[in-house]
Design a protein around this ligand. Structure first.
Ligand SMILES: C[C@H](O)[C@H](O)[C@H]1CNC2=NC(N)=NC(=O)C2=N1
Length: 99
């Protein structure tokens, strides 16, 4: 199933509503780094994201060391950013610790 890549205008509008996220250099993904108190908190968060991501069939690319989680969201099917990335970013923001 294919999904549309956001237009430049749609992408800019979405980023304006996602202050924690930055556009990757190539413009094809959004990224956010989160810090937690310790590994247990970080992995608990990752578990909640993983369960939701699997329900959505939309999965993050991520990297974890101890209390740090770097998340990249992109849509392979769209070869870039889609509304599914924006939706997952909003879910993540909803369970992320206050900055
Ligand atoms: C076959 C399967 O539905 C696809 O590979 C899904 C799974 N998870 C996915 N996750 C992300 N981030 N992008 C995708 O395009 C994607 N596609």
């Amino acid at each position: 199933m294919s999904i549309a890549r956001l237009t430049d205008a749609e992408r800019a509008a979405a980023l304006g509503t996602l202050p924690g996220w930055n556009l990757r250099e190539d413009g094809l993904a959004i990224v956010r780094t989160l810090k937690f108190g310790d590994f247990n908190e970080a992995f608990g968060f990752m578990t909640r994201v993983a369960i939701e991501a699997d329900k959505r069939d939309h999965h993050p690319e991520w990297f974890n060391v101890y209390n740090r989680v770097e998340i990249t969201l992109t849509t392979h099917d769209a070869e870039g950013l889609s509304e599914r990335d924006v939706a997952l970013a909003r879910f993540i923001d909803g369970i992320a610790p206050a900055a």
